[in-house]
Design a protein around this ligand. Structure first.
Ligand code: HEM
Length: 531
């Protein structure tokens, strides 16, 4: 619209840009190019500062424990099954974070690797009709969501059932209890907005679809309560027999265990360091929510992007080939690949994940607040005073497309830029403060961008708890697919490849936050067997 307006009016109309519900995703770095890398949006309701400057973002994120706290009220709706680490603040958050973070051990990550390969292979054979040479999948989204959820359920809760996908062609539905739970959980996650917005009594007496969403939420609650009760009884029995020496083998048992073993205060009263059953339930649900949704979305985007960019796909396939061949593992049987020998060799799949998250981060802005105190922050070498109750928003899509850090081709999708073995036109990172985790996550040959310029997982005290889990799962599934298949855009007889490419790019550009950034229209893909 701005193109048609006289210059004097143009500034007024810029408000329209900010009224788009996904304006950060749409505008990328454009508004910051006009108004600077840090600007304020003043509205009757509040004062917000938008940040696309990496140094400022890094400082704010590193001070997010006390000075720039996360406003938790927008997340309170997620307390559907109990208080949790994502939605709490202050001392309560510290208790949740301590209890949940300690569950993400090497054992859990190894399990995530194995389960991703096993369940991913199962999905692949369903998609490709038992490994046919060519097969088309009309909509990869629901199956990928279900796959990722299954990995979390089995690693998180120890649920081991083989669950039927919605596109299952085997015709043998699994009617086991865990399967029903996964289906209920899947329905809850897909209808989260309804569950968060509508009161229970409206859902319960509303149209039949609403009623079934309500019933699924009730099923999930009952199942979680049963799981926690059974696990508590089991652990109490084990503790009496074997003492405190056994390692928890899933997140749920770890959380229950720390509850039972947490130190007792005087007169045997438990100190407020452990989580109550309700809080364990809240965290188990939130880990499934936070983990399943964002990882599945990154996988969906990556498959579509690989189909849209066959040259990048070729580079990915070659790198996977070299990694598997040099690992000393059985190259023909993915289920034999060991995490410790294969994962760190898989550079290109991890670069695809990072580049996909640079362009399509599930969360497009990370919110912090100055709270009840004024705060000083350094910008362009000067100290700037921010008043109390100011919202500070790290605009990820602006930071992730700022040419200052990503070069003149910042808008171009290019995973090779993350690979130190390839040429790259970014500005190199010069520092890594100890409180900021690095992007490489133990994978050699992965380039670190400028500190604070890439925040898809956030960072600092409130950084993503499941970053490693997501990396392991994503890399395992992507490798599994491209070790065996090439993926192409499915073209109907009535259209040309160019039409389909244009339509796919439009679908990518029309992504929307619902509540996390995701594709709103399915992109049919064709899977071609490689050998
Ligand atoms: C591609 C995958 C993922 C991405 C991009 C991602 C991104 C993020 C981001 C940006 C935050 C900070 C949100 C904010 O402050 O507003 C966050 C927090 C969190 N993430 Fe992830 N996440 C991913 C996967 C996972 C997985 C697999 C799990 C668990 C299994 C997980 C669990 C959490 C939790 C519990 C928090 C809250 C931490 C806290 O507030 O202390 N995430 N994630």
């Amino acid at each position: 619209m701005n193109a048609f307006l006289p210059q004097a009016l143009e500034k007024q109309w810029e408000w329209f840009d900010l009224c788009h519900p996904d304006w950060r995703f749409v505008a990328k770095h454009e508004l910051h190019r006009k108004h600077g890398d840090v600007f304020a949006v003043i509205s009757p309701g509040c004062l917000s500062v938008e940040v696309a400057d990496a140094e400022v973002a890094a400082e704010i994120i590193s001070r997010s424990r006390y000075d720039f706290v996360k406003p938790t009220w927008p997340y309170s709706l997620l307390n559907l099954f109990g208080d949790n680490v994502l939605s709490s603040g202050g001392a309560t958050w510290r208790r949740h974070r301590k209890a949940t973070a300690s569950q993400f051990s090497n054992t859990i990550h190894k399990q995530a690797w194995t389960k991703s390969l096993v369940l991913g292979q199962e999905l692949l054979s369903i998609w490709t009709n038992n490994h046919a040479t060519v097969s088309t999948v009309a909509n990869i989204a629901p199956d990928l969501e279900f796959l990722v959820l299954r990995v979390i359920l089995s690693v998180g809760y120890g649920a081991t059932a083989h669950l039927n996908y919605r596109t299952d062609v085997s015709g043998v539905p699994d009617t086991g209890r865990t399967s029903r739970f996964a289906a209920a959980m899947d329905q809850v996650l897909s209808n989260l907005t309804k569950l968060l917005m509508l009161p229970n009594r409206v859902l319960k007496h509303g149209p039949s679809h609403w009623q079934s969403v309500y019933e699924s939420a009730t099923d999930v609650r009952t199942f979680l309560e049963d799981l926690i009760w059974t696990e508590t009884q089991k652990q109490k029995r084990n503790l009496t027999v074997a003492g405190d020496s056994q390692e928890a083998n899933n997140v749920l048992s770890g959380l229950v265990r720390q509850g039972i073993c947490s130190p007792k205060g005087e007169n045997g009263r438990e100190e407020q360091s452990h989580l109550s059953d309700e809080e364990v339930m809240g965290n188990i649900f939130i880990l499934a929510f936070a983990g399943a949704v964002s990882t599945a979305d990154s996988l969906k985007y990556s498959l579509v992007l690989m189909a849209l960019h066959p040259d990048i796909q070729e580079w990915l396939i070659q790198d996977i080939e070299e990694a598997i061949n040099s690992s000393g593992e059985d190259t023909t049987n993915p289920l034999e690949w060991k995490e410790e020998t294969v994962l760190s060799r898989l550079v290109a799949p991890y670069c695809v994940m990072l580049e996909t998250l640079r362009h399509y981060p599930p969360v497009t802005g990370i919110n912090k607040s100055t709270g009840d105190k004024e705060q000083l922050v350094t910008f362009n070498g000067s100290l700037v005073l921010l008043a109390e109750d100011v919202n500070v928003n790290m605009s990820l899509t602006a930071l992730h497309h700022n040419p200052k850090y990503w070069g003149k081709n910042a808008l171009v999708y290019c995973p090779q830029n993350w690979d130190t073995r390839c040429a790259c036109d970014w500005a190199e990172s010069t520092s890594n403060a100890p409180e900021m985790s690095d992007t490489t996550a133990g994978t050699p040959h992965v380039r670190n961008p400028v500190k604070g310029s890439f925040l898809a997982f956030s960072d600092g005290a409130r950084g993503c708890l499941g970053k490693r889990f997501a990396q392991v799962e994503f890399v395992a599934i992507l490798t599994l697919i491209f070790r065996q298949y090439r993926v192409e855009l499915a073209v109907r007889e009535t259209e040309s490849l160019e039409d389909v490419r244009r339509r796919t790019q439009m679908i990518l550009d029309n992504s929307a936050s619902t509540p996390t950034l995701s594709l709103q229209t399915p992109v049919p893909l064709q899977f071609m067997r490689r050998n």
